[in-house]
Design a protein. Structure first.
Length: 337
């Protein structure tokens, strides 16, 4: 018991010394923040008021105000809560400069976003690539059942990518709800230049693709054998979709990579308002229903009706999902205005 009491007293003494050390600014380094300034900085980074912080800590707003003005100091229990809330260690909170946490990519945001952008853009491209290969093989004479199985293989891989990366993105946002903008202006300017180039390349591929189909489409129409003309048309459509897959992948990746530098947008996404949470949930449910209907229509057209262009159901479903997302986002924005 005696040793325990001594340890406890020593801990209390260290705590009191620590309180004295952080009660004011570091005189040897005027740029170094004290605890009061650290707390104020962290609270503003998380975009919460003193009252909101007080509610989370179960203290009065006046207590938080006194902490930030240096008039008083929180107990050890509240310090531990603050460290957990703002995801920083106690030494930095008490003696260091918390701004150092936000001036570099300490959470691996850039690395994660690069991985996320590449895989999501690749997943979108896989779906169109699967459609193109399916039509190309159909034009080459392969059975529709085998062609459909090949397309479904690409679709399954793409869906799994979306699921895994979506869950990882949610987890990353939960662990890192607030990130300071650590990108310099030169990096943002370079990203914008890359974005314009990718947009130009993607649009150029699409226009070239359309021209290609216009030229060879006329030659397909003059084929005398109807069966051979149908196969040639299917192969031509397959080539068209293969080029579209490349263009869309470039466009999607370009947009995602540009959005990566929008740290403010990330912070808003990671800390959505209750209204935005409800809207996102509604969009997710509607899109899930739309794509489920698209799958049912595809199966009916492909297996029952034997319609050669049953894949168009997925294209229409994707367009409808985009329209739903845009419509609900706009309506929400008008409501706020």
């Amino acid at each position: 018991m005696k040793n325990f009491d001594n340890t406890k007293n020593a801990g209390e003494e260290d705590y009191e010394v620590m309180r004295g050390d952080v009660s004011g600014s570091d005189k040897s380094n005027p740029d170094k923040l004290n605890f009061a300034e650290n707390l104020q900085y962290l609270r503003k980074q998380k975009d919460i008021t003193q009252e909101q912080l007080a509610e989370q800590l179960e203290v009065s707003r006046q207590s938080v105000s006194k902490w930030e003005s240096g008039q008083s100091y929180p107990e050890m229990e509240k310090l531990l809560q603050l460290c957990g809330m703002f995801r920083c260690n106690m030494d930095i909170l008490l003696r260091g400069d918390v701004r150092s946490i936000f001036t570099e990519d300490v959470y691996g945001y850039d690395k994660f976003q690069n991985k996320f952008n590449k895989l999501v853009a690749g997943g979108v491209g896989l779906i169109l690539l699967g459609l193109g290969i399916m039509l190309l093989l159909s034009g080459a004479g392969m059975s529709e059942m085998l062609c459909g199985a090949i397309f479904w293989s690409f679709l399954i891989i793409a869906v799994l990518i979306f699921i895994v990366m979506g869950l990882q993105k949610d987890r990353f946002c939960q662990k890192n709800p607030v990130i300071e903008d650590f990108y310099i202006e030169e990096e943002k300017e370079r990203a914008y230049r890359n974005f314009t180039v990718r947009i130009a390349v993607g649009v150029g591929i699409i226009l070239t693709d359309v021209l290609f189909c216009m030229v060879f489409g006329e030659k397909v129409e003059i084929i005398p054998d109807p069966a051979l003309a149908e196969r040639a048309e299917s192969a031509l459509m397959g080539i068209f979709l293969l080029m579209i897959a490349v263009a869309v992948t470039i466009l999607v990746y370009g947009g995602l990579d540009k959005e990566k530098y929008n740290i403010k947008g990330y912070n808003e996404e990671a800390n959505p308002s209750p209204e935005k949470k409800k809207r996102n949930a509604l969009i997710g449910k509607l899109c899930a229903c739309i794509m489920l209907v698209a799958v049912i229509i595809y199966l009916i057209l492909n297996l029952v009706v034997n319609f050669g262009m049953a894949w168009i159901a997925f294209v229409i479903g994707g367009i409808l999902c985009g329209m739903v997302a845009v419509a609900l986002s706009k309506s929400s924005g008008s409501d706020q205005g």
